[in-house]
Ligand binder design. Structure first.
Ligand code: AHR
Length: 308
């Protein structure tokens, strides 16, 4: 029998109260609102001071916010990068000021990967694959071409790039599935409706499926489908990503077929990572969310358990 001495580990030591700067993308979706609330609540529960900046979907505002956090000498910066590129200079500035930067909900592509400490968020390529696998399975008994229109997220953003990639990767092995139109709708409901209206006009009677990179755009598309006189989820299959309550409501109303989960409730993991980063403790490069797929058949049963 080997008895281990129970000495308090660094992880168990009382954590310092931190000043954290959080550069959020904006409030473009139901998902993003839940993400902001989760981070604010977790910071409060941990006793940290959170300096919050809403960039209103503009990268230049996020860069300004990071520079302001650096000049205020915050302990940690949390960044939800709107797009993947354009961060090299400002992240180098944060590193030079010895302020750890944690990425949340979206990733970056930079020359020096040591300018950020960890990424807390989802596997977007896998989310795209899950959406495509559901589609192939759900339509396996049908015949002929399956014409798909795609509503992409914000151009140049990590989830838009990777959800497209994963979806196409699975469909490559199934030649009858064809993406006939693909355009950004910026992750918003209003643009989802607008772009879907244009797709329906351009491809009358041809569209069998809409694959939206988030649920808000899917909900906008549902409105456009209904206004065109078609039945969403029947005449046109509707696939979304996020698994927000709005998607469950649409599924329970028989208007949406499936949503692929993307968890926005990252606050507690981020606070843990911030404490470790501030203490100079090692962190994994990726703290990955564990997620599922919710088809309409399970929506009513799952709805009461949903937290966002
Ligand atoms: O980065 C995550 C994505 O951003 C969510 O899927 C989308 O709804 C949000 O705007």
């Amino acid at each position: 029998l080997v008895l281990a001495w129970s000495t308090p580990s660094r992880a168990q030591a009382p954590r310092k109260k931190l000043v954290i700067g959080f550069a959020q993308t904006g409030a473009e979706s139901e998902w993003r609102t839940a993400n902001t609330e989760s981070i604010k609540a977790a910071a409060k529960a941990a006793g940290h001071e959170l300096k919050f900046s809403d960039a209103q979907q503009k990268q230049e505002n996020q860069i300004k916010a990071i520079r302001s956090f650096i000049s205020q000498k915050v302990d940690v910066i949390i960044l939800a990068p709107l797009v993947t590129t354009g961060w090299d200079t400002v992240l180098r500035e944060a590193k030079a000021a010895k302020i750890p930067v944690i990425l949340e909900s979206r990733n970056v592509v930079v020359k020096d990967p040591t300018t950020w400490t960890t990424f807390v968020g989802s596997d977007f390529v896998e989310e795209g694959r899950r959406a495509a696998r559901w589609l192939v399975e759900h339509t396996k008994a049908t015949q002929g071409d399956v014409n798909i229109v795609e509503l992409q997220g914000t151009v140049g953003s990590d989830p838009a790039i990777d959800r497209k990639k994963g979806f196409e990767e699975v469909l490559k092995g199934h030649p009858r599935y064809k993406i006939i139109r693909s355009q950004t709708a910026d992750f918003t409901r209003a643009k989802g409706k607008e772009v879907m209206e244009a797709f329906l006009k351009a491809e009358p009677g041809r569209i069998k499926v809409v694959y939206a990179h988030n649920d808000d755009m899917a909900i906008g598309a549902i409105q456009a489908i209904e206004e065109s006189g078609l039945k969403p989820a029947k005449d046109v299959l509707v696939i979304g990503v996020d698994a927000v309550k709005g998607a469950f409501e649409a599924m329970m109303a028989g208007k949406m077929n499936v949503t692929v989960e993307c968890n926005p409730l990252l606050g507690p993991q981020l606070m843990e990572a911030a404490a470790k980063a501030a203490a100079g403790e090692p962190l994994p490069r990726w703290i990955k969310s564990i997620e599922g797929v919710f088809p309409a058949e399970v929506a009513a049963k799952e709805f009461p358990n949903r937290k966002y």
